[in-house]
Ligand binder design. Structure first.
Ligand SMILES: [Zn+2]
Ligand SMILES: [Zn+2]
Length: 548
């Protein structure tokens, strides 16, 4: 039999969902009141005469009928129906502090956002402030509560645990001066998603346990070879215990995929993992490449320092927070040679996309800035929406005005593979498309990408001289690194792009590079590693080849 709390919860959710769906506000309010009053009742509703339920304060006739329905059937049909009509991610938003049902309704129905992760991404792109009732303050507080919400989940983005991992690592090394500690596992392998942080150590299990439990960490598992602890940050830490003479082999065995280890065979006890490669007579394979075993070495794996230009950046002309001038200055100060400004296009109304008139204004402004800049160039670009039929949302004469065009899907992401393929292939075949932006539209831990036949898309990009973006935002990292090797072997050019919406967005480039390393990318196959001259030549050449 449901108790009062369960009944009150059902009423409370019913009231909120009615508000989200814009149903009778008066009724919704009365159910919220009923929930409030039921929770306070001194008696259990299941123990009283059904005929008397409506005589209790704050429970009207309509609510009383629903209480009886719950007690008799164990279900509230009106609620079940509303739940079925609401994406689970939208219901999950109810647990985010700072947004009530009315705001959630706008977020879902007007912004088309259906999960908490997408909502966080929208905050990062300044999307919320463009809607009525959402000020900068609301956006900031929503962002903060979502970050808190994600902290309480068990799976994390690499970027979200990085600072924590490094801080713990530093503390351990300072505390245990006589012992060895080294980060291993998913973190060492530069995985985009982290389930737990792992270390290999020569310290004793007792000492490690004591240090953490003394600092309010909870011991969650303990075996002879390892132990795990969890602190208030809710990230699982695992320690593998080993000896000095087996440190290298333990590190090796904990920093490679299972497939890799299986292909490798037996691992001898060594103090330094490099010895294992010497024994095998092969070049050292860094842990970021220990996925599928191959002796095919990549001598010049891409590095963060290999990036020479900022490609794909928004400004305050669309949904970015900063002027083009400041974005350019920041890029130049950080050693980059050029900046590709690609604000949103006109159909991205939610992101203040550029009308044809405003494109003209922006181009005049960029010309002025370029006249002032020395040894640096701002390129005129646009992140053109790929429309439902796969066309880009400007006429050719407008597209021709840009130095280069990034084509991306931003709307109607729920598509069958056929539809998605038609849309993306059409965009790739458009001669004005220079770069295919965030290929699948995925948001890690939040939204699956639309289904694509990766091989066909990559082949089409190669055939049409379209560069494939590796969007470096740590929640995107799209194209997935697992496809980069294939793409490069087919002759594709990748571009690690920050998709920056603020100056700090440039810092994301590093996450793109970490993922690209896993995909065995080298600088010569990455467009954003081209020098200013090489980049200018490249875009001219492609335009000439395509006859535009
Ligand atoms: Zn985009
Ligand atoms: Zn963008």
């Amino acid at each position: 039999m449901p108790d009062n709390n369960q009944i009150a919860d059902a009423f409370s959710l019913l009231s909120k969902l009615m508000d989200i769906h814009g149903e009778n506000a008066f009724k919704a309010k009365s159910y919220a009141a009923a929930a409030f009053n039921i929770e306070k009742l001194p008696v259990q509703l299941s123990e009283i005469d059904p005929a008397k339920i409506s005589s209790y304060k704050g429970i009207g006739d309509s609510a009383a009928k629903k209480v009886i329905e719950i007690l008799q059937t164990g279900e509230l049909k009106a609620l079940t129906e509303l739940i079925e009509k609401t994406p689970p991610g939208v219901i999950e938003m109810l647990s985010i502090k700072g947004i009530g049902p009315k705001k959630i309704s706008t977020i879902w129905k007007e912004m088309g956002i259906e999960s908490v992760g997408e909502l966080l991404y929208a905050c990062e792109e300044n999307r919320l402030t463009l809607f009525k009732g959402f000020g900068e303050k609301t956006q900031a507080s929503v962002k903060e509560s979502i970050e808190f919400f994600f902290k309480n989940k068990d799976i994390h983005l690499y970027a979200d645990v990085e600072a924590y991992a490094l801080a713990i690592d530093k503390n351990l090394k300072e505390h245990f001066t006589a012992d060895q500690f080294e980060l291993t596992g998913e973190f060492k392998r530069q995985m985009e998603i982290i389930h737990l942080l792992e270390w290999v150590t020569t310290a004793s299990a007792t000492d490690v346990e004591t240090l953490f439990t003394k600092n309010n960490f909870e011991l969650t598992e303990k075996e002879s070879a390892f132990l795990t602890v969890k602190g208030p940050e809710n990230i699982l830490l695992k320690f593998h215990f080993t000896t000095i003479d087996a440190f290298g082999s333990t590190l090796f065995q904990t920093s490679a995929s299972e497939d890799f280890l299986q292909a490798w065979g037996t691992v001898d006890k060594v103090s330094n993992e490099e010895l294992l490669f010497v024994q095998k007579g092969i070049a050292f394979i860094p842990s970021c490449l220990r996925e599928e075993f191959t002796t095919d070495i990549i001598p010049d794996l891409i590095q963060p320092s290999s990036i020479k230009g900022i490609i794909h950046s928004h400004s305050n002309w669309s949904d970015g927070g900063t002027t083009i001038e400041a974005m350019a200055k920041h890029a130049q100060e950080n050693g980059y040679e050029y900046l590709v400004i690609s604000d949103h296009s006109k159909s991205a109304f939610y992101a203040n996309g550029l009308s044809v008139e405003r494109i003209g204004e922006q181009h005049r402004y960029i010309d002025e800035l370029n006249n002032k800049l020395k040894d640096f160039r701002i390129f005129k670009s646009i992140e053109a929406d790929i429309l439902n039929d796969g066309s880009l949302d400007y006429e050719d004469d407008v597209l021709a005005k840009f130095d280069l065009v990034i084509a991306s899907v931003h709307s109607n992401l729920k598509m069958s593979e056929d539809k998605a393929m038609m849309r993306v292939l059409n965009a790739i075949e458009n001669p004005y498309t220079t770069i295919l932006g965030h290929m699948t539209g995925r948001l890690l831990l939040s939204r699956n990408g639309y289904p694509l036949d990766h091989k066909k898309i990559i082949d089409a990009c190669v055939a049409n001289s379209v560069v494939i973006e590796l969007n470096a935002h740590p929640r995107r990292l799209d194209i997935d690194w697992r496809w980069i090797d294939y793409a490069v072997k087919k002759g594709a050019l990748i571009s690690i792009d920050p998709d920056a919406h603020a100056l700090s967005g440039y810092d994301d480039i590093r996450y793109g590079v970490l993922a690209a390393q896993k995909g065995r990318l080298t600088a010569d196959k990455n467009l954003s590693s081209f020098s200013l001259n090489e980049f200018e030549d490249y875009i001219m050449e492609v335009r000439r080849d395509k006859g535009i």
